[in-house]
Design a protein. Structure first.
Length: 103
């Protein structure tokens, strides 16, 4: 829908390939789906590719669609989001990259 925002987050783990860390990040992301304004939330891992234009070096990907930029901004300061970022996502990740795309 017009005015919506796709929020794409890629995580590189401090311990790449660690199944427990990957599962913790996936679970923390999944817990965020209760935050108001989210229309869609999905998580996953990279699809291996030998295409030079594909970056499959990350460990976990998160895609969230918001109904508006205002909902994205509210999500960023939502206490549950702040808690998961502070307690799980940042401690387990060596790099986090975010792309926000408006429609």
């Amino acid at each position: 829908p017009s005015g919506s925002v796709d929020h794409i987050v890629l995580f590189w783990l401090k311990r790449p390939g660690n199944a427990a860390d990957r599962q913790s990040v996936l679970a923390a992301c999944d817990d965020l789906r209760v935050i108001p304004g989210i229309q869609f939330l999905d998580t996953g891992t990279p699809l291996a590719s030998d295409r030079p234009v594909v970056d499959d070096s990350f460990d976990v990907g998160l895609t969230v669609r918001f109904d508006s930029p205002a909902s994205l901004h509210a999500y960023e300061s939502n206490p549950l989001h702040v808690k998961k970022v502070t307690e799980v996502l940042k401690p387990l990740s060596r790099k986090i990259l975010v792309y926000d795309i408006t429609r």
